[in-house]
Design a protein around this ligand. Structure first.
Ligand SMILES: C[S@@+](CC[C@H](N)C(=O)[O-])C[C@H]1O[C@@H](n2cnc3c(N)ncnc32)[C@H](O)[C@@H]1O
Length: 291
């Protein structure tokens, strides 16, 4: 394909590696199905000071996260607990397609990997974005459950992934991406535009909640900090349609996992740790709640 359109204001943090005269090239039209945009013409600067600090510390944080992820191998009882929880999920008839999950995941990861690698090499650190493992699991859930309304709380690669599903699904689901940070939301908008993906239904959490939304069949909860996850969980459960599912990322953090399990148990909501499917090299994994 030809040059990628760069409809962005460079003063707002985007840095282009393309020569200046190509700042506003003619729009070449969408990338052919299944193809990624050509590389080499868009690099994003993190839009917040926190993002820039994180990028500066990237090497150290990456190393620390890998060590923490590796320590899990020393706790076989956790592995058993996760395997049992995932097996219980597969015994639910709706999720029987997950029985042969390793094979399914391998095929989906192969599809998603080019998009994931493009995203994590150019736009954000891998340890800030949803993992490839969780991405494959989310895609598997989409294909199994065929949600009509999806909301991605905490924008980024998850926003790209859910729009990849939207592109393939018939009828196409409504996909929302929500962020507590207007700057990161804007960054997601630019990335989606660059990828020739729809940029409708991108809203800040603040604007989203005033609309009193509800009836989502799939909710991905990866919003803001650990504290934000805890503070917003009750509202997040209220967004979900009966029969819908909520995927809560970062359940490896006791602060997320224990709080979520308590809240779900209190409401009698079935839930499963899905570490057996979603654990990544940093030790991150998700929890799945079935409403
Ligand atoms: C865990 S991230 C969400 C990741 C997103 N679901 C994805 O797949 O890329 C939670 C929030 O942190 C903020 N954020 C993302 N990347 C960041 C970075 N590199 N530094 C600081 N904050 C970041 C954004 O507001 C984002 O919604």
């Amino acid at each position: 394909m030809g040059e990628i359109p760069l409809e962005v204001d460079l003063s707002e943090g985007l840095v282009s590696a393309a020569p200046k005269e190509e700042k506003h090239p003619a729009r070449p039209g969408p990338a052919p199905a299944g193809q990624l945009p050509a590389a080499g013409d868009l690099v994003l600067e993190p839009p917040t000071w926190l993002g820039r600090v994180m990028r500066g510390l990237s090497f150290a944080v990456e190393a620390a996260n890998c060590v923490r992820g590796g320590l899990w191998r020393l706790t076989p009882w956790r592995r058993r607990r996760e395997a049992a929880s995932f097996e219980a999920l597969c015994n639910n008839a709706r999720f029987a397609a997950l029985l042969d999950y390793p094979r399914l995941a391998k095929a989906i990861e192969a599809e998603v990997r080019p998009h994931y690698e493009l995203y994590t090499s150019r736009f954000n650190a891998a340890w800030m974005a949803v993992s490839l493992e969780l991405s494959a699991f989310l895609m598997a859930l989409c294909r199994i459950l065929r949600p009509r309304r999806v909301v991605d709380l905490g924008s980024g690669f998850s926003s790209v992934l859910l729009r990849l599903y939207q592109r393939e699904a018939g009828p196409a689901p409504e996909v929302w991406s929500v962020d507590t940070s207007p700057e990161w939301l804007d960054m997601t908008r630019r990335i989606l535009r660059w990828l020739d993906m729809p940029t409708d239904h991108l809203v800040t959490w603040e604007d989203f909640v005033v609309q009193e939304p509800s009836g989502f069949d799939l909710v991905v909860h990866d919003l803001g900090s650990i504290l934000t996850r805890r503070r917003t969980l009750r509202r997040v459960l209220g967004l979900t349609a009966r029969g819908g599912v909520v995927v809560i990322d970062d359940a490896n953090y006791g602060g997320v996992r224990r709080h979520a399990k308590r809240a779900l148990r209190r409401r009698g909501i079935e839930h499963h740790l899905v570490g057996a499917a979603t654990r990544d090299k940093y030790g991150r994994y998700a929890l799945l709640a079935l409403l």
